[in-house]
Write a new protein. Sequence first.
Length: 448
Amino acid sequence: MHLRLSSIALAAGLTAGGLAFSAASAQAQALDAAGLQTLEAAVNAVAPKMVAWRRDIHAHPELSGQEQRTAQLVAEHLKKLGLEVQTGVGGTGVVGTLRGGRPGKVVALRADMDALPVQENTGLPFASQAKATYLGKEVPVMHACGHDAHTAMLMGVAEALAGMKAQLPGTVKFIFQPAEEGAPVEADANGKVPSFGAKAMIEAGALKDVQAIYGLHITANLPSGVVGYRSGPLMAGSDNIAIQIEGRGGHGSAPWSAVDPIVAASQVVLGLQTVVSRQLNISQEPAVITIGQIQGGTRYNIIPDKVEMLGTLRTFDEGMRQEALQRITTTAESIAASSGAKAKVRFGPVAYPVTTNPAALTQASLPALNLALGGKTMVIPKVSASEDFSEFQKVVPGFFYMLGAPPKGKDFTKAPSNHSPLFDLDEDQMPVGARSLAALAVDFLQRP
């Protein structure tokens, strides 16, 4: 997930007296100050371990679908805590189940474990030197999106809550998910990709009996220790775009004897920009179309037969998404035809739904979240990045939020964003994230 939040929009959420937050924070919560104090002490006790785990995972990152070492580290820790542990869930996923001393509801907490094919340039003493195979090529690997911290925080929450097992009125499932960053394999000959990440874990039964799920994402682009959230659409749904422009090859000195797919492709790229700017009603919801890759041709004076383009569509509404898919197809086909070429448009094989926080769960969760954060929460703008936590939200109510953790001494509006080779975070905010997750889980179990 690539995340950068607008500093202007964020500034609008700040008031002279501090951070603005919803009136729902004034509602009575099941988790009270005494309960939070107990949680905070338990989380603080395991804070040094969280830092050590994070650094170990950061130094040994693993790509999507390859999280063997990380999964083993997690599973061994959960087993030592006395949890019921399932491994190999949806690939390399791990699920730990903590059954409280009293009967009650079932709540899940989720962390993602995978890293990215990025060359780390942070200079940290525990910086990654790892390499792995990605799409048939050897690539550097880095935890450039904070999943190392997510995993370490949830390991800490598991230890904190295991220590108060007798007082828990219900069950907590700890879901450690692989392959959030994308499919670990390419599509087959039929354009199909096997289920991966959250979807694969769901199909393997990870959400059995679960009534709600919580998750967070760490970011360097929010103020330190502040949680950003919103009710309704939070993060965009995404669709892969693949367009092949077929022309007729020829000599570069005589373009009139050929049909130049490079020129047609250039016109298609420009034309696609009008889908958002002129064809979609973006007063309702924003949308993004980006072409990020073009390949075609072998030599400076040869007009090729075809050009391949790859891109992404980001939307926050299913109706607008379907309209955009249709308009992308029509625009590409029409522009190519006007040049005597032909456009073949495909979408997928991977698509993420919109990450949407249900209004009822959001409002019910805010009192405990504000209690855990000391009121340091704020409504943030929609984020055009995507998250497959959205797959969990299709099955059960789920609440997802962002935790600000810019490196010490860094302005959050200028700190390197997620997916940057310079991405880093303030480890002092990890107990804050762990405390928020623990508070939400306990509060959910205690609420009628």
